[in-house]
Design a protein around this ligand. Structure first.
Ligand code: NAD
Length: 280
């Protein structure tokens, strides 16, 4: 039987490092990092995610401000607010909580965030730098996955990595980061013809789809590392995209859901904020 990766311990360890960096910023530069969060939707889950980010900020001594808008808000209004926050010296990071109300222009809004305050790494400039292999700020979820791989001692160089899912938030930047580190990367998605033929070859399998237990034990390679990004609600319970209980019989290590990748996502957001604050 393989092991369930203890992501909680990894996060606790990294939190200590972040705290040290925050202390130094306060002590030597008189700066207390501040995150501004823009919420323009009516999704209940967004409130939960923002709540987690708020809590993490509080526990680390980071300032956090939320700007919540009603459905009457226009793209222009949001752009104006972002422009104001871009110019505020005391704001180090701006996070636009997705999804936005349907009538808002998400692409335009994400582009308006200054690349120097783009904690989520969604600005095309940061995304482009990432693809070119010299990105400093990368989207939190895939960056958190890279942290997990590093912390459990996986050297991705030369490995066959398969990423299932090609979203802008997870799959694509994940593939870019693995490529940058020297893995041979395959991206699978809803149009992939024979998913199992790809997943079965993966030394490192990363699944970000949103289909409960899509990945079964017959789909993974022996002794592989399986990272489950999926978060699905089934009968009121959270489950991932990986059938962990059975996959663990074949794989070497699997991340759990809940208590897996989700933990590193929030924590990586804080790392991005500190990176941006330090390069002021
Ligand atoms: P998305 O809906 O934007 O993308 C899903 C991707 O899966 C698409 O590229 C699609 O082509 C692919 N896909 C769909 N069905 C497939 C199938 N049967 N076989 C292969 N590929 C298929 O989703 P997303 O935003 O990337 O999120 C994916 C999952 O990860 C969701 O469950 C989401 O809740 C979760 N998520 C978790 C975190 C975290 O912090 N843990 C962060 C972001 C997203």
């Amino acid at each position: 039987l393989g092991e369930i990766i203890n992501v909680k311990d990894i996060v606790e360890k990294r939190k200590i490092l972040i705290k040290e960096r925050i202390e130094r910023l306060k002590r030597e530069e008189g700066i207390t990092p501040k995150l501004a969060v823009i919420i323009a939707n009516s999704e209940e889950s967004s409130r939960v995610y923002v709540g987690r980010k708020r809590k993490m900020c509080e526990s680390l001594g980071i300032l956090e401000e939320e700007y919540e808008f009603s459905e009457k808000i226009t793209t222009e209004d949001v752009l104006k607010e972002i422009e104001r926050l871009n110019n505020y010296d005391t704001v180090n990071g701006i996070l636009v909580q997705l999804p936005l109300f349907k009538h808002l222009d998400t692409s335009k809004i994400l582009k308006a965030v200054s690349p120097t305050k783009d904690v989520d790494g969604f600005h095309p400039e940061n995304f482009g730098n990432l693809i070119q292999g010299n990105g400093k700020i990368a989207p939190c979820t895939p960056k958190g996955v890279m942290t997990i791989l590093k912390e459990i001692g996986v050297d991705v160089e030369g490995k066959d990595a398969v990423v299932v899912g090609r979203s802008v938030i997870v799959g694509r930047p994940m593939a870019a980061m693995l490529t940058n580190e020297g893995a041979t990367v395959t991206i699978c998605h809803s149009k992939t013809k024979d998913l199992i033929s790809h997943t079965k070859r993966a030394d490192i399998l990363i699944v970000a789809v949103g289909v409960p237990h899509l990945i079964k034990e017959n789909m993974v390679k022996e002794n592989s590392i399986v990272i489950d990004v999926g978060i699905n609600k089934v009968d009121g319970k959270l489950v991932g995209d990986v059938d962990t209980k059975n996959v663990i019989k074949i794989a070497k290590s699997v991340t759990p859901v809940p208590g897996g990748v989700g933990l590193t996502t929030v924590h990586t957001l804080m790392e991005n904020l500190i990176d941006l604050t330090e390069t002021l």
